[in-house]
Design a protein around this ligand. Structure first.
Ligand code: SF4
Ligand code: SF4
Length: 449
């Protein structure tokens, strides 16, 4: 009999994680993080008659000292595909936060290694290497337009972000009454993968089933997200989702030393992102990126350079709030840094003690830079490592001349050539999704703890 007072159960059906009970030393770290930070183990008690509830966030894997819990190792399958390459086109892409963490596995802590990653993908046999910062820019175009429409047409507010799959699942299970508040915009990975299997496949004259689309992300919950049928326009738009840790394992097994590689650029047309797309990787980044573009959508003008940095939504505070005046209208925003803080804010919201127009929620404390699939940190290094990664993200945004999603030439051209305008009929069809009430998973249990 397992001791679920101390450890979390991971079901065999879990789409993101695996647990090897024989490696568990019942240290209690996983239960502690799931209960105190993620709050799932606080909201739901394990019972032998019910499937354990898990939002696939991987924070338990991050703290597990023995690797008893780890992500499903899909990199082995990817390795096999690379080694038996046939006529299928192989596409690799990276999510924003991977670039500031992968270097840690190759002696380059505190560096942005995106150029080396692009080279490594090609060295492993990729036909194309893309950057999900493009998808992040696209998400902002769709999500900011949705926010502007909800504000102008007295729609359901506050609008919650929906790019964190762990938060989406948490909302579906524990707060289904908030589903109309969730932005219908798909996550950056999901938008980009749909475009790869539709727009890009057509552009290069290849059937979608002859493309192997592999995305590397800092997140374990994305392994589950890519299986959501409502997110795909083909059989499955993202074929494999590897974590940053898995990419490190894959490179090491293929004897590729990232630190020794030259830097190259990502391919076009899905390889360029703005600074706003890069900051998606940090808590507060989605909110800041959305404000930059919502301002333009409402006023037709860009914010002055000095006003682009919304310092108030940056950093590691639990809940960050701001009030931004756009064309005489005050927009109230909040950023929840981690699920426990989101839960607290939702409790206040439900009691009508606070009011907002836009709320960003990220499950992991620090945002995607601290995702459950990033290189492991010891407890002592955790805070410093998160700060170093975050600093790199904002440094990259400052360094770039392109800092606004709506000024990204690849974004402008995909709207001109294919999508029309944000929230157009085709954009709604390809780039938006729906959510489902999953509260029956609780089996009638009261979760308001
Ligand atoms: S993945 Fe997240 S929700 Fe699932 S058991 Fe681990 S910490 Fe809890
Ligand atoms: S963190 Fe790992 S070793 Fe510790 S109780 Fe959880 S599964 Fe077992």
């Amino acid at each position: 009999m397992r001791n679920y007072e101390l450890e979390v159960p991971i079901s065999k059906e879990n789409e993101a994680l695996e647990k090897k009970d024989e490696k568990c030393i019942t240290c209690g770290y996983c239960k502690e993080v799931c209960k105190n930070d993620v709050t799932v183990a606080r909201m739901f008690e394990v019972s032998p008659d019910r499937e354990p509830i898990c939002i696939n966030c991987g924070q338990c894997a991050m703290v597990c000292p023995t690797e008893a819990i780890h992500e499903r190792w899909d990199y082995l399958r990817v390795k096999e595909i690379l080694e038996n390459k046939n006529e299928k086109k192989i596409i690799f892409s990276i999510a924003p936060a991977v670039r500031v963490a992968l270097g840690e596995e190759f002696g380059e802590k505190g560096s942005n290694v995106e150029g080396k990653i692009a080279t490594a993908f090609k060295k492993m046999g990729a036909d194309y290497a893309f950057d999900i910062t493009f998808g992040a820019d696209l998400t902002i175009m769709e999500e900011a337009q949705e926010l502007v429409s909800r504000i102008e047409k007295n729609g359901v507010l506050p609008q919650f972000t929906s790019c964190c799959p762990a938060w989406v699942k948490y909302c579906e299970i524990f707060y289904p009454e908030l589903l109309p508040n969730l932005s219908t915009a798909k996550s950056p990975i999901s938008m980009q993968s749909t475009l790869i299997k539709t727009f890009f496949a057509k552009k290069i004259g290849v059937e979608p089933e002859n493309i192997v689309n592999i995305v590397v992300a800092p997140c374990t919950a994305k392994k589950s997200e890519i299986k959501r049928k409502e997110l795909s326009k083909t059989k499955q738009d993202t074929d494999f989702l590897l974590t940053t840790r898995e990419l490190a394992k894959l490179l090491k097994e293929k004897e590729i030393d990232l630190s020794k590689l030259e830097e190259t650029s990502f391919d076009s047309p899905l390889g360029t992102g703005s600074g706003a797309g890069v900051i998606f990787g940090s808590t507060g980044g989605v909110c800041e990126a959305a404000l930059r573009t919502a301002y333009y959508m409402i006023t037709g003008k860009n914010l002055e350079k000095e006003a682009l940095n919304f310092h108030v939504v940056r950093g590691m505070d639990a809940i960050k709030e701001a009030e931004v005046e756009i064309a005489g209208k005050k927009i109230r925003v909040a950023v929840c840094n981690g699920m426990k803080n989101a839960k607290e804010l939702i409790d206040h919201l439900k009691k009508k003690e606070v009011e907002y127009d836009f709320i960003e929620v990220m499950n992991c404390i620090g945002g995607c830079i601290a995702g459950g699939g990033q290189p492991k940190m010891t407890l002592l290094e955790t805070e410093d490592t998160k700060k170093i990664r975050m600093k790199q993200i904002y440094k990259e945004d400052e360094r770039m001349t392109l800092r606004l999603c709506h000024e990204n030439k690849e974004i402008i051209s995909i709207y001109e050539e294919f999508l029309g305008k944000p929230n157009s009929e085709i954009a709604e069809e390809l780039l938006h999704t729906k959510y489902f009430d999953k509260s029956d998973m609780l089996g009638g249990m009261n979760h308001d703890k």
